[in-house]
Design a protein around this ligand. Sequence first.
Ligand code: NAD
Length: 364
Amino acid sequence: MTKYYMPTKIIFGEKTFGELFSELREAKVKKPLIICGKHFISSLRYRVIQDTLPFFKLFTEVRPNPSTASVDAAAKMLNEENCDAVIGIGGGSILDVAKVVACMKNYGKSCESFYKSLRPKAAVPFFALPTTSGSGSEITKYSVLTTNAGVKKTLRSDKFYAKVAIVDPQLTYSMPPELTAATGIDAFCQAVESYWSKGAMPETDKWAEESIKLSYFNLVKAVKDPDKYVRINMSLASLNAARAFSNTGTTACHTLSYAFTKHYGLAHGFAVAITLPWFLGFYAEKNEKKCLDICSFIGADGIEDGKAKITQLLQQIGAPARLGEIGFVPPDVEKIIGMSLQHKPNNPRKHTRQDLERLLAELY
Ligand code: NAD
């Protein structure tokens, strides 16, 4: 049996930002809470919002790897100001906060209680507009938050799906090269991880394949010499990766990434990508067909060539390819393994402590 679920209305294309206003009208929204990054406040599109919406409230206190505390603070504003919708305009961090806030109407407790049981009292509609091309959070049911205990943990619920996602590549034009690299490689990894996931199905394979090709062949130019066309292609790569991994989940590269982000401050996409070539080899021993497909999508001749091509991509976009580059030293082995032994059910192959020791030694 396969089961593909995507309840979000997806609007994609250049200059689609303005669709937000008709969607708000259609949903009879009177006073939305806008959660966005500070970079957006200085953009012309923020002026358009000011000129068009008679009432709205603004929340901008969200940092990368967002905290549950920032969700609670935004939810407080939603309730005190009696807002009737949430609009998230930003990267994965903003969108991950916004989708949880939308489920906290009249909810008196902290969102940390959702880790035990997700029972929102009421939800308001959530409108998602990504300004990076990478996380795909605009159409997923996941929210990755850093808890009060300092641990990055995923909440997942069908209630988190946006009512409408508006993916306007123009919103990504302002990304500097390093952000383009870190978010774009996240899209590539998510598509690869979806393709080799045990939860993959024909629908997700189709989106993942398209995304792998789009991101692999456009990312270097997007980082070094972006034009309108590569920005469009990277936005589509990100959206298509999410169309795939929203239903399959990600795999061990994501599990390990949280330790690299926590201990070395590595940007999310770079933290995921650094182990991708290694896992291509590891998973190929279990499911060679899927891994060979991935290699063929990027024009590689076999697994070893695929690993080399992905490593070369990382180097070309300025991403670290070896753990020594990020500050990892052999005595750190335990603190990485301690956070990474958890097994996602969709991993194509279980990794053991010994496998991770080998990974850390080989990638050092
Ligand atoms: P991000 O949202 O953390 O943003 C990084 C920085 O870029 C921020 O300072 C932000 O203000 C800035 N920024 C964003 N857009 C910009 C623009 N257009 N111009 C200039 N600056 C801009 O980055 P991200 O990679 O999009 O998101 C990463 C987060 O998303 C991680 O916490 C990750 O765990 C999460 N994530 C969630 C999902 C999901 O399905 N929910 C999937 C993948 C990743």
